[in-house]
Design a binder for this molecule. Structure first.
Ligand SMILES: *[C@@H]1O[C@H](CO)[C@@H](O)[C@H](O)[C@H]1NC(C)=O
Ligand SMILES: *[C@@H]1O[C@H](CO)[C@@H](O)[C@H](O)[C@H]1NC(C)=O
Ligand SMILES: *[C@@H]1O[C@H](CO)[C@@H](O)[C@H](O)[C@H]1NC(C)=O
Ligand SMILES: *[C@@H]1O[C@H](CO)[C@@H](O)[C@H](O)[C@H]1NC(C)=O
Ligand SMILES: *[C@@H]1O[C@H](CO)[C@@H](O)[C@H](O)[C@H]1NC(C)=O
Ligand SMILES: *[C@@H]1O[C@H](CO)[C@@H](O)[C@H](O)[C@H]1NC(C)=O
Length: 595
């Protein structure tokens, strides 16, 4: 039969074509591989020796420097004495909540084990960070930056900077994370931090009465006349910080994956879990070095003066050390200043970002809202004799089986899809209650903060549009004040005390996604929930569960012991090499089909 012969010819040809395509796919979306060992290391950020969490011996950890659409493979070895998960704050993991690294999607990596994350930074640009998501570990470090560069084909909305510098600012306690979490469990307030760190280091001795001698501080070296992009992340646990540089303006250009309208600020309030990029021009005469300052914001306490974070900006032609008073902060308790500043941050709707079309072409203001959630934060309260935090009266109960596993294996009773869309008139309780998100729906969330501290709320898997914030109680009329045009799309937002913040989010990413307070004390006491988004049309809309999944809880019988298997170093045998080639092939095939 001639057609059969033709088919015989066609088959190898199509395989050949397929392989070419596959190679093309591999070439256009590169893979980068990392081996990270997470372990305690010794450091003295405030002059006192402490156990901090390092990555490959570094504190802060390395910056994951990648480009839009790259595939990232990180083999994480847990050398701590307790379970670990790293989460990638702001990475959207399109259709792949399996890699999100929070308790609802992954079993913790037991101490002594390793687990390999693999994800694509699909359609993203910008500045984010990763951190350990369990057990209050972020209070001990374990964090690092994620930088996603534009593809070459999409120009930046500003001239290419002369350098790219990542800066972590954070409150810091001399107590270890285990002690801190015990305190939080027992209703003991964290209190004023012992210091503010900049890139894991303590303050420069700007005042000999306030800062003791011999504390190592951070120095950033720059060349006169050049412009640097500073990516500043508040990786702390509960303190809002004000960031500023003596005699230098901060030109805001990006926040959490969106290019902003470029505006100059003397200082910027950066709340817990938030990230900003600024362009800073080295336009001063270098008569001396300059202070880089991170100081606590909106904390009503007199004992804060000694806790200011101070690093040094050193021009190569500097004439001497920084001196004089620190640059002035805004009025410590002026929440209005802070809110007005937040409102002034707007989206550059005409800039291209991960895709060449302008960011604003999505036109979120024209989309009809399908679901509304008004989510109320209350101060800590006792539930069944334990200190807890709630959202709409529910404190999240972490089941031993991740939600995502329960969904995959259809295990009933692990969670319910009944998160209330407003505060209910009933006593607060512990529950595992999820928002049943409507796939391709457009959700409006109003966060209402009736506590005394600023809270930052963060949604995994998405960027949301921050459309409004104001003091008082949100009502339907508040919608009249929404910014329907250039509210910035980002993954976190602050909610001021006694105020509300409204966000809009397009639920186009199937998965189970964590919505949490970034303030570690609130989160640890249960202030989180998950949003389940299921694509009902095609059951293959999500990337399948990875082969290396760790099982726990009701599925622990599926888990093989790993204790003998871990090995990073040593020459890989040819069998290993063969296996990795096969693995890469399979991954690529999968990626091609999924596309
Ligand atoms: C990040 O990677 C890009 C190339 O992909 C490189 O041009 C750039 O210098 C790197 N940035 C840093 C801070 O290492
Ligand atoms: C643990 O690390 C080994 C050696 O690099 C690797 O072959 C293995 O796939 C890793 N295990 C998991 C579950 O990622
Ligand atoms: C917005 O982005 C465009 C396009 O990249 C750029 O030319 C423009 O300067 C930006 N506008 C502002 C106000 O930042
Ligand atoms: C450098 O600038 C400082 C602050 O603006 C000024 O006081 C000083 O006189 C300047 N020095 C020189 C050499 O221009
Ligand atoms: C700050 O604290 C003092 C007492 O410590 C109190 O009198 C004052 O009302 C507080 N101010 C605010 C704005 O909370
Ligand atoms: C969740 O929402 C979907 C529609 O989006 C609906 O079909 C399903 O019944 C809901 N599940 C529950 C438990 O309410």
């Amino acid at each position: 039969m001639p057609w059969l012969r033709f088919f015989n010819l066609l088959l190898p040809l199509s395989v050949f074509l397929f392989l070419c395509l596959k190679r093309y796919a591999l070439a256009s979306d590169p893979y980068v591989f990392f081996d990270w060992t997470v372990s305690y290391i010794s450091a003295s950020p405030l002059g006192l020796k402490q156990k901090v969490i390092g990555i490959n011996g570094q504190f802060p950890g390395p910056v994951l420097n990648v480009t839009t659409n790259w595939n990232v493979v990180v083999n994480v070895k847990n050398d701590l004495d307790e379970p670990l998960l790293l989460t990638w704050n702001g990475i959207q993991h399109r259709k792949n909540s399996w890699q999100d690294g929070v308790s609802g999607t992954n079993c913790p990596i037991p101490a002594g084990w390793n687990w390999t994350y693999q994800f694509q930074v699909k359609d993203q640009i910008g500045s984010f960070f990763y951190f350990p998501s369990l057990n209050f570990q972020r209070a001990a470090g374990g964090y690092g930056g994620i930088t996603i560069n534009n593809r070459d084909v999409i120009p930046l909305p500003f001239s290419v900077p002369d350098g790219d510098i990542t800066i972590f600012i954070s409150d810091w306690y001399t107590k270890g994370h285990k002690e801190l979490r015990k305190d939080v469990e027992n209703g003991i307030h964290l209190g004023v931090p012992d210091g503010i760190l900049i890139n894991g280091e303590g303050p420069f001795r700007f005042d000999s009465a306030l800062v003791s001698d011999g504390i190592p501080f951070h120095t950033i070296n720059v060349e006169p006349g050049k412009t640097y992009r500073l990516r500043v992340h508040n990786v702390g646990i509960s303190t809002s910080l004000n960031f500023r540089i003596q005699s230098h303006n901060l030109l805001l250009v990006e926040t959490e994956g969106s290019y902003t309208v470029q505006q100059a600020y003397e200082n910027m309030d950066i709340h817990v879990g938030q990230s900003y990029s600024f362009l800073v021009m080295m336009d001063q005469n270098a008569s001396s070095d300059y202070y880089i300052v991170a100081s606590s914001r909106l904390l009503n306490s007199s004992s804060l003066a000694g806790t200011t974070g101070v690093a040094i900006l050193h021009y190569s032609n500097s004439q001497g050390p920084a001196s004089g008073p620190l640059p002035d902060p805004p009025n410590e308790l002026d929440t209005f200043f802070s809110m007005n500043q937040a409102r002034s941050i707007r989206w550059n709707v005409s800039a291209g970002a991960a895709r060449p079309n302008p960011q604003g072409s999505f036109n979120y203001g024209q989309i009809t809202v399908t679901d509304v959630y008004v989510i109320l934060n209350r101060p800590s309260e006792l539930i069944n004799g334990k200190w807890r935090r709630t959202l709409n009266g529910l404190s999240y109960f972490t089941p031993s089986t991740p939600l995502k596993h329960a969904q995959q294996f259809s295990i009933p009773g692990v969670y319910k899809l009944d998160f209330p869309n407003q505060m209910m008139n009933r006593p607060p309780k512990l529950d595992t209650s999820l928002i049943n998100g409507t796939f391709k729906g457009f959700m409006e969330i109003i966060f209402q903060n009736s506590d005394k501290n600023v809270q930052t709320y963060h949604l995994d898997g998405y960027a949301f549009f921050v459309v409004g914030m104001d003091f008082g109680v949100w009502t339907e009329n508040s919608r009249g004040t929404y910014n329907k045009w250039d509210g910035v799309a980002r993954c976190s937002t602050q909610v001021f005390p006694g105020a509300w913040t409204a966000v809009l989010v397009s639920l186009d990413n199937a998965g189970i996604w964590n919505l949490r307070s970034e303030n570690l004390d609130s989160w640890y006491l249960g202030q989180e929930l998950y949003v389940s988004v299921v694509n009902p049309e095609i059951d293959k809309s999500e990337i399948p569960m990875p082969d290396n999944t760790i099982y726990c809880g009701l599925l622990s019988s599926l888990q093989k012991d790993q204790s003998q298997r871990f090995k990073f170093s040593g020459a890989a045998s040819s069998a290993d090499a063969f296996h990795s080639i096969v693995a890469v092939l399979i991954m690529t095939l999968m990626a091609t089909f999924i596309r």
